[in-house]
Design a protein around this ligand. Sequence first.
Ligand code: NDP
Length: 333
Amino acid sequence: MGTTKTINLKKRPTGTPSLSDFDFTTSDIPELQQGEVLLRTKYVSVDPYLRGRMSDAPSYTPPFKLHEPMVSACIAEVIASKHDQLQKGDHTFGMLQWKESQVVKGALLRTIDPDKAPLSAYLGILGMTGLTAYMGLTEIGKPKKGETLVVSGAAGAVGSVVGQIGKILGLKVVGIAGTDEKVTMLKSEFGFDEGINYKTTENMVKAISKACPDGVDIYFDNVGGEISDAVLHHINKFSRTINCGAISVYNSTETPQSTSVRPFLIKKSSSMQGFIISDFESKHAQGIEQLSRWLMDKKLRHTETIVDGFENIPQAFLDLFKGKNKGKMIVKI
Ligand code: NDP
């Protein structure tokens, strides 16, 4: 059946990952067996959590194996099929290897409709990051109209959707991001009330106080570290912190030092809850339906950074840690 370019994990990174942690090989495409399809990859999602899978520390997903292909959420087109329900030309979603073409069991794929939304949207706003925003905010944040929501990583895939949903639900929304351009975008494109550039702000505790005169009722945390320590100083009675991600410490080589949260939580009868999106699996269909409706009604904006070319997948992944993306980072093949 020919050969395909493949991207493998070459070595486990220490600290910040680099291009030398990946290598490109050419591998054979096997013959199609009954129940399988041949796919051509069209869009590849790169995500911060892949950093965790590149290391061999125990986590909620198993580590990638050395010298084997990297895997992430992808959209692919069926090129040939020996599966009853999948036909040539169908578009599918699956956790696929970083290969230009591959043979997989049809049962592991979900068909998606390119007429309902752009294909890439199924990796972002109608996929894992959109659901993470919706589930985290509604199920753990339990938002009430008029409350103040602070979002870190606000201009990224999850954060930009959290803030927009916050506005739909009648919250005051303050976003924290890493450039002035992103802060402007939060307000002009996503309707956030305030934005803070954490890279140019000397005193985050003061900046949050100014942006949130009534304190913080919900903190949707995508970054952890010092930014999140600063938010703690402003949490209100019965406030909720949603621990979604901690990208600021994913590349740390030492145990991160941070403020002791307990006294803050006790004084404010406040709660803090971590989650992973699969915790809410039974509610995913309902979440996607709601996100699709808001998208169709133009209440949600779908923003992404599209990088072109299979060979640029590793660099696009590395660029997440440099804040090069606005909205969902996706590679188009
Ligand atoms: P993003 O699209 O938000 O991309 C990552 C962003 O993080 C960058 O654009 C950058 O923006 C910011 N960033 C990078 N390094 C730092 C740093 N040191 N300090 C502060 N900000 C930094 O990614 P996602 O939306 O996909 O993911 C956001 C978070 O949510 C991640 O932590 C991820 O692991 C987590 N997540 C958790 C899930 C769950 O089930 N719990 C599911 C999906 C994601 P900037 O320019 O603002 O610095």
